[in-house]
Write a protein that binds this ligand. Structure first.
Ligand SMILES: CC(C)(COP(=O)(O)OP(=O)(O)OC[C@H]1O[C@@H](n2cnc3c(N)ncnc32)[C@H](O)[C@@H]1OP(=O)(O)O)[C@@H](O)C(=O)NCCC(=O)NCCS
Length: 307
């Protein structure tokens, strides 16, 4: 069986390595819907610098309020040029939710997945056993996220950041609910009811999309757990982890095969149905989605539309 938790629909690749869109693809950021390219392009397209105060005001206008729990997916370049870049964006987000609010970011680490599933770029076949032996175990303090953008990496370095323990599909949170939202995070189901995503949804959190569409919306994976469709199945997943004694071991487990290929279409249907709110944060189109309602809509949509 292919080792994987995510796949593209209509393909046989079922992997969570550097080839998978949920973790970004080198040279081809899948969800870069609002991105404008290099920093020079961003400056050229910006009339006035997009300040922390402007960002916080735009977020408030969109509906982000003090005390909210918000999972954020962002393309910094889509905001226009921000003095201080991702650090300023993080500070503006913290301003918007205030000291009682909690921010959550995806910090996935597909670079630690089974190299046999990597596709873009793939690695030479003879390397695979070497990489399985050599890839480092996930370390929540050390392992960088891959394909998630610069903002989750800055969030990860915040002194109050709490990262969940999943070796491939972790999150990081900042705020009073960070610890209770982030732990536990079992190997499987990585995105089910007992995961950080399940707890966020139960807590009535929101999803904030800044310059990206629903293709980047991790919450929709919870709907995959809730929904049923004919080809729904589990797959094997593996990664190097540290055992209780602190020794690295290559571990294989099973989890739902995740599939975000229809998330953009699903999101369009949700918007057409009047779900969530659209606004502008800096130069970016932004969406604020109530996670419980979005997941409920997505569950029904998948049941109807997936085969
Ligand atoms: C892939 C993705 C991160 C690419 O977006 P991006 O805007 O190109 O990249 P980042 O958000 O990392 O921002 C860095 C870019 O901002 C731009 N930038 C640099 N300084 C900047 C500044 N001060 N102000 C604004 N933009 C700036 C640059 O273009 C930079 O890219 P470069 O370093 O390659 O030149 C984005 O499309 C995305 O998908 N985000 C969501 C990821 C996610 O949550 N996934 C969930 C998985 S389930």
């Amino acid at each position: 069986m292919t080792e994987a938790v995510t796949r593209r629909r209509q393909t046989s690749a079922a992997v969570i390595g550097p080839d998978v869109e949920s973790i970004g693809e080198p040279g081809r950021p899948t969800w870069n819907t609002g991105a404008m390219g290099t920093e020079a392009d961003t400056i050229a397209a910006t009339e006035q610098p997009v300040t922390r105060a402007r960002l916080a005001a735009d977020l408030a206008e969109l509906g982000v309020a003090a005390g909210d729990r918000v999972e954020v997916h962002a393309s910094i370049s889509s905001l226009g040029w921000v003095p201080g870049g991702a650090q300023t964006v993080l500070l503006a987000l913290l301003d918007a939710v205030g000291s009682a609010g909690t921010l959550v970011f995806p910090t996935q680490t597909g670079q630690l997945s089974d190299p046999a599933g990597w596709g873009d770029p793939p690695v030479p076949e003879p390397w695979i056993p070497v990489l399985r032996a050599e890839l480092p175990a996930f370390d929540p303090a050390l392992t960088p996220s891959r394909g998630m953008g610069v903002l989750p990496e800055v969030a990860r370095s915040h002194p109050g950041a709490v990262r969940s323990a999943h070796p491939l599909l972790s999150f990081v949170a900042i705020g009073p609910d960070a610890a209770s939202l982030m732990a536990p995070h079992a190997l499987a189901p990585a995105f089910g009811e007992t995961s950080p995503l399940g707890r966020l949804t139960a807590a009535g959190a929101s999803v904030l999309l800044l310059g990206v569409d629903h293709g980047a919306c991790t919450a929709l994976h919870l709907a995959e757990h809730r929904s049923t469709w004919p080809s729904k199945r589990e797959v094997e997943v593996s990664a190097p982890i540290l055992d209780r004694g602190g020794r690295r071991e290559w571990v294989t487990w099973t989890d739902l095969e995740l599939d975000e290929d229809d998330f953009t279409s699903l999101g369009a249907a949700w918007i057409a149905d009047g779900g969530g709110r659209t606004g502008r944060v800096g130069a970016a189109e932004a969406r604020l989605e109530p996670m419980p309602e979005l997941v409920e809509f997505a569950e029904a949509w998948m049941t109807t539309n997936r085969t």
